[in-house]
Ligand binder design. Sequence first.
Ligand SMILES: [Zn+2]
Length: 491
Amino acid sequence: MSPIPPALLTWALGAGAALAAGLPDAAALPPDAAPPPDDAAALARMQADVAWMVEALGPRPAGGEAEAKAAAGVAARLDAAGWRPEVVGCPLCVVACRGAGRRLFLAHLDSVPGTAGAVDNAAGVAALLELARSTSSEDLCLGFPAAEEAGLLGSAAMAAAWPAPLPELVVALDLTGHGRLSVTGLGPRWGGADLRWLREHAPVDSPYAYRVVSRALPGMERSDHRPFADRGARALHLLGRGPGGVFDRYHQPDDDHVEAPALAELLAALQGLARAPLPQGRPDAAATVGPLVLPAWATWSVLAAALLLGLHDLLRPARGRPVLDPLLDLGRALLRCLLASLVAGIALAAATRAGAFTPTRGELTAAQVMGLPASGWWTGALPGLAAGWLAWLLLRWRLGGRGSPTLPAALLAALALRVDPLLALPFAAAGLLARAHPLLGALPALYLLWPDKLRELAFHGLLPPAAWGALWLLTWPAFGSYARRARRDPR
Ligand SMILES: [Zn+2]
């Protein structure tokens, strides 16, 4: 993947609410297993192609000799597999098509300087070459853009030069060949029928938060699908997610090997996507939630219910005058939340910034790539969060709650709705659950204030560790209470 422009970072931080897109990740895929015997030969060919790029060619920075050799070698391999490679958009952008070209799979040839780029991106290139040898698809283009790491230059040129119409489905492979195969880039062009299509034909992990970021911040997409998505194509990005959700050797000199089970899993997913009938759904606000596809009508129903109940609690409060007293209670709950957030945030900051922990591999990579200080935040997140949540719970217990917990949740949902319905959905759901107990109103914050989630947000440049504590402000609904409502009726 290419580095994130600083302006985008600022923008993403400003849209900090986009981080609150929390629901549990998709269910675990089947555990890594040895490929079946008939796939062993395919796996060996993919590993040989990875070895060719990593060991024989080595680092392939954009514009260098090794990148040109990679393009020539890919063209020769496509030719040997019976395809007719040509150049589209830029001198090293290799494309080979069968049929009408309605489906395009992409894997960039280059690497950043100083790394042989096994996961980024020899694995993707090797998988597409093996697909070329083995697929029976009669409607498929395989594209190998150059200069992805220089800012998606090859794929942008390829998209600009693509003869109309654009492909209906564009799949970019970037950072595959390790961890669990996952999908991102499912932006505004995707709807429920398409998400179900994806589930049916490629068993990939599809985290809810990725779908939210792809919808709310399409400018954050960082791989070769982006220029095509910008032009209106239905596009996605396949990547592996290692422990903690990241690739902790990203753009580092030791990105020099791949995981065989991950390569086999990738090839199987590509075989499915290459032969499936193309998705035909309409864009809507459906979401992936664990193994399920939550239809758009369910999203809108939860949002409508929470907003109506919030309005009800404003106009017909359990205690006091309409509007005025609920608004005063809202302010009192916010003050309590601010105090608890401050104390919890200080506990978290003390653990992550005191330098008591040795920086881990992922943290050193984030320091190299993102410029984050390697203060021990990776390891410190766990004790820091434990201390922070304990402080928060104690304060919540001492301070008590005030007013409707649904009203602040509905307010947060209404604010998030201005960005995207799927960003608002967790707050709306928390507002409904909070009617059972106000503490359930803290669920979206609990999802984000968790070690893995914070590390992934920091690693991707979405939220530096210094700002983590601010997420406790999202626990505002948990500072409501229904105690007085229960005592009102006998009067
Ligand atoms: Zn890449």
